[in-house]
Design a protein around this ligand. Structure first.
Ligand code: AMP
Ligand code: AMP
Length: 341
């Protein structure tokens, strides 16, 4: 009985974008009050859904900081997602003095591609080759800038000369030069439970990226004339199941990543939702191109559940709901501190 009271006393809140629908629907299903903080356009859109107990409208995303004291008073538990870093900034997000789900120390490891590499190496996960300077480019490369911007600004280069031409004024922006791996991009979504120590595969997606996914619609002859550069801006996601015999390795990669995080970051390491963004080559090898240490929007496809969460839970279970379930279980076990960052 007491746990139910605790839950209704607490409000789960998030920014109104990215995976807000899924997070708050899941929170409602687990018995929490729900709150979205959104700019007017999104607030208007969300009003049609019945599971928002409250929507606070802010003129611009940065106005979120003006609400901090009020949210603190109201016992709000914050669930971070991609829009926090994208709209509020990484340093500002870290400084937020509000109870939020997840280990904030992981943010620095996620944002720094050098640290990600160290983390993946520690976890014995294959990664594409990386080139220190453009002079080292021997095969096609993809050039990526730091930060969670969903593929924005990436470009492919075939040689040193091609790289120099394309990097232009962005040379000073932190970036990496990575081997372009020819294979299938596959994004594996996980949840690591800090309470049980278990790592679950929640779901899998592939991205719909413009214009990389549309170039193939034009014959090569036409492409040459148009002189189009591939870009990788994500605009949607497509559901996927993995060949069943590959699932065990996918799960073990997730487990190794969590174990490595406990060695490298701190004793709690990474927990909660995360994603390994992989490219799979014809020898069925996973090359991990990036770690997302939070809920990714590719999980939005799986409302009310994915094939894998249905197999495990036999009921509606999204990544959003799984987060709320973990918070609920932590409250019931008097371990809320263990899941909040
Ligand atoms: P937004 O949802 O537009 O508020 O985006 C916040 C951040 O999350 C941006 O950096 C996006 O690139 C990223 N993002 C949003 N939606 C997706 C998606 N469907 N797949 C992958 N990344 C996304
Ligand atoms: P990311 O932001 O790292 O998830 O990359 C965005 C997109 O760029 C991916 O979904 C792929 O289409 C593409 N991409 C990234 N890294 C590589 C790579 N090393 N080889 C081939 N394609 C890549």
């Amino acid at each position: 009985m007491e746990s139910i009271n605790l839950r209704t006393m607490h409000t789960i809140a998030t920014l109104g974008s990215h995976s807000c629908l899924q997070i708050l629907k899941g929170a409602k299903e687990e018995g929490f009050k729900t709150l979205a903080i959104a700019i007017p356009k999104m607030a208007k859109f969300y009003k049609q859904f019945p599971f928002f107990d409250e929507i606070i409208e802010i003129p611009e995303w940065k106005d979120f900081f003006n609400l901090e004291a009020d949210l603190k008073k109201r016992n709000v538990l914050l669930i971070p997602h991609g829009s926090f870093v994208a709209y509020l900034g990484i340093e500002e997000s870290k400084k937020l003095d509000l109870p939020s789900f997840g280990n904030k120390k992981v943010l620095d490891w996620e944002a720094d591609r050098g640290k990600q590499r160290k983390w993946l190496e520690e976890a014995k996960i294959h990664i594409p080759k990386e080139f220190e300077t453009s002079s080292d480019i021997k095969s096609p490369v993809i050039v990526k800038f730091y930060g969670a911007e969903g593929g924005k600004g990436y470009f492919v280069a075939h040689s040193k000369e091609d790289f120099e031409k394309k990097i232009g004024g962005s040379r000073r922006r932190p970036h990496i030069i990575q081997e372009y791996v020819v294979g299938n991009p596959i994004y594996i979504h996980y949840f690591a439970s800090p309470l049980t120590g278990e790592v679950e595969i929640m779901s899998i997606d592939k991205r719909y990226e413009t214009n990389a996914d549309s170039l193939g619609r034009i014959p090569l002859r036409g492409q040459e004339k148009l002189d189009i550069e591939p870009s990788f801006v994500v605009v949607g996601n497509i559901p996927l199941t993995l060949r069943e015999s590959m699932l065990a390795e996918a799960q073990e990669m997730g487990e190794r990543l969590i174990n490595a995080s406990k060695k490298l970051i701190d004793s709690r390491g990474l927990y909660g939702p995360f994603c390994l963004e992989t490219i799979v080559t014809p020898d069925q090898r996973f090359y991990v191109i990036e770690i997302s240490a939070r809920i990714v929007a590719g999980t939005n496809i799986f409302i009310p559940h994915s094939p894998y969460t249905y197999l495990k839970y036999g009921e509606s279970m999204t990544t959003g709901r799984r987060i709320a379930r973990e918070i609920k279980l932590a409250m019931e076990q008097n371990k809320l501190d263990e899941v909040l960052g």
